[in-house]
Design a protein around this ligand. Structure first.
Ligand SMILES: Cc1cc2nc3c(=O)[nH]c(=O)nc-3n(C[C@H](O)[C@H](O)[C@H](O)COP(=O)(O)OP(=O)(O)OC[C@H]3O[C@@H](n4cnc5c(N)ncnc54)[C@H](O)[C@@H]3O)c2cc1C
Length: 389
């Protein structure tokens, strides 16, 4: 069993590490100042500048196939890069990406949506959740009825990331109520100027998703992504893609947070001794370090299975569940070690405390991951002996 990185993996990982240290972390103090005033950490232009800088060095489209100009890297490499990016709270990601399901686009859709999205010219959002259907995505009620060669969509979507900024949405709608998720849900690519409206939703994080309203929105038949009736499988493919990347990012945050906690514990003296000398503090640091290490291998194992084209769903659910729970416990301990300063908005700890909470909710809540994991076990699809058998 070989746990070492190849020289290429190490070189790429180290480049990202240096990029984060030199280009991203210096922006943090200003980003915190802006967010305290209710502004975004980075303007769109600043994000673009950073992405352009990375692109000039060849870092663009991490998972995007080379035929689209991307790096076409594998999941393990993407996870290693995500860990490095997670070490800063600045919401940077490399340019050159598109929703994975957009690669199912036909020739016309490819030119109109996929390529411009990869180039950063157009912005998409993924819209399945509704006020009455979140975890139970099969319960969506947004409908699309056929009218000649067009479809007419009616419904409401909620909590859609990027929904207020997107200029087109991937909307999941019921096209055959009898069949429901089993062949009766279709994905439509719907331009904003076809008539949907959005309203931002305030959240405890630094930026909000949006609610979308589709009221008699008429779209041409050519707006169907993939096949009519195959939308639910596409939705599951979209949701399944990030379950190792989200905890990878949280892992990077946890590494940085524990480094901050160690520094604080070494410097802060109470009752004549540094906090670092206290067993109560040492145990928090020790438990966090063990959990970080466990999370690292859960994430990398899940990513490795993706690269092997093996069934990675169980491993991804475990990484997502463990990452969500442990990242929240770790940030709470780190805030505690910082005392009152941890609670202020001068440090990023408080920001991470709010942001990491989301990991236990979106792209499958803790309970839904547990449901998946338990079902796989009780039905005998997997064994607790893991992938080594
Ligand atoms: C900031 C943010 C961004 C998001 N981005 C997107 C996006 O881009 N696109 C999109 O489509 N959606 C998005 N979502 C929606 C997100 O995926 C849902 O919020 C999530 O799936 C949970 O659904 P819900 O909020 O309806 O909660 P519910 O499904 O109502 O669940 C409420 C609680 O009950 C629990 N629960 C539900 N069913 C069971 C069960 N069977 N057994 C035990 N417990 C259960 C849940 O785990 C949860 O704790 C986003 C959400 C947020 C907050």
């Amino acid at each position: 069993m070989d746990f070492t990185l190849s020289s290429e993996e190490r070189a790429i990982r180290d480049w990202v590490r240096t990029f984060v240290d030199r280009e991203i972390r210096p922006l943090e103090a200003e980003a915190l100042r802006r967010e305290r005033k209710g502004d975004r950490a980075l303007t769109r232009e600043e994000m673009q500048d950073l992405q352009d800088k990375a692109r000039r060095a060849g870092f663009w489209g991490v998972l995007t196939p080379e035929e689209y100009g991307g790096m076409g890297l594998g999941a393990v490499m993407a996870a290693l890069m995500e860990v490095e990016l997670g070490r800063s709270f600045i919401p940077f990601r490399f340019g050159g990406y598109a929703d994975n399901i957009l690669f199912h686009a036909n020739d016309e859709q490819r030119e109109r949506y996929l390529r411009p999205t990869i180039e950063g010219v157009r912005r998409s959002c993924f819209a399945i959740t509704e006020p009455g259907a979140g975890s139970d995505a099969k319960a969506i009620r947004t409908s699309a009825r056929q009218d000649g060669s067009d479809w007419v969509i009616n419904g409401e979507k909620t909590f859609i990331t990027g929904g207020h900024e997107a200029d087109f949405a991937l909307v999941f709608a019921v096209t055959d109520r009898e069949r429901g998720a089993d062949g009766g849900v279709t994905c439509f690519i719907v331009d904003r100027d076809m008539g949907w409206r959005s309203e931002p939703i305030d959240t405890m994080g630094e930026w909000g998703p949006a609610a979308l309203v589709l009221d008699e929105v008429r779209v041409p038949g050519s707006s169907v992504l993939g096949e009519v009736g195959q939308g639910f499988a596409l939705a599951m493919q979209w949701i399944g893609q990030g379950r190792y990347l989200l905890p990878a990012r949280a892992l990077g945050a946890c590494e940085r947070l524990v480094e901050m906690a160690v520094e604080q514990a070494n410097n802060r003296v109470t009752f004549g001794q540094p906090l670092a000398e206290r067993q109560a503090i040492q145990w928090m640091v020790a438990d966090s370090a063990v959990e970080i290490e466990a999370l690292r291998w859960l994430v990398l194992h899940a990513a490795w299975l993706v690269d092997q084209r093996a069934d990675s769903r169980h491993a991804q659910s475990m990484a997502k569940l463990y990452g969500g729970i442990k990242a929240n416990e770790i940030v709470d301990r780190v805030l505690q070690i910082h005392g009152g300063m941890g609670y202020t908005r001068e440090l990023p700890v408080e920001r991470w405390y709010r942001e990491l909470r989301l990991l236990r909710i979106y792209e499958g809540t803790d309970e839904i991951q547990r449901r998946t994991i338990a079902r796989n076990l009780v039905k005998g699809h997997v064994s607790v002996r893991g992938s080594l058998g």
